[in-house]
Design a protein around this ligand. Sequence first.
Ligand SMILES: [Zn+2]
Length: 129
Amino acid sequence: MADPASYPVLTPFAVGIRARCPRCGQGHLFRGFLTLAPSCEVCGLDYSFADPADGPAFFVISIVSFPVIAFAAWLELTYSPPIWVHLLTSAPLLIGGCLALLRPLKGWLVAAQYINKAGEARLVRKGED
Ligand SMILES: [Zn+2]
């Protein structure tokens, strides 16, 4: 493992959306589509710290659903199309948009968690680290 000072300064967004290791920026963050790898194959960073929980799903729902539902409502109120039109327009937009954003947002949150040293709060007495 290299000296920590030798790692480049990385931003969570830059490495997260590319699904790369938040420490070295080289190794892969994911083993599958959304499953985190156990560690970085380049620098050996253990990814067990990573716990984005429901964060990626919340952001994806917030980003994708509001414009797609607005589009579907506009389509319905303007043209009153049969339901199959919604199944061919709104449903693929909703599903495709969610699938396209989940992985980059999860990578971004995991990278932000590492770079900002986020963790559970704990009590520290004077003199302890
Ligand atoms: Zn790495």
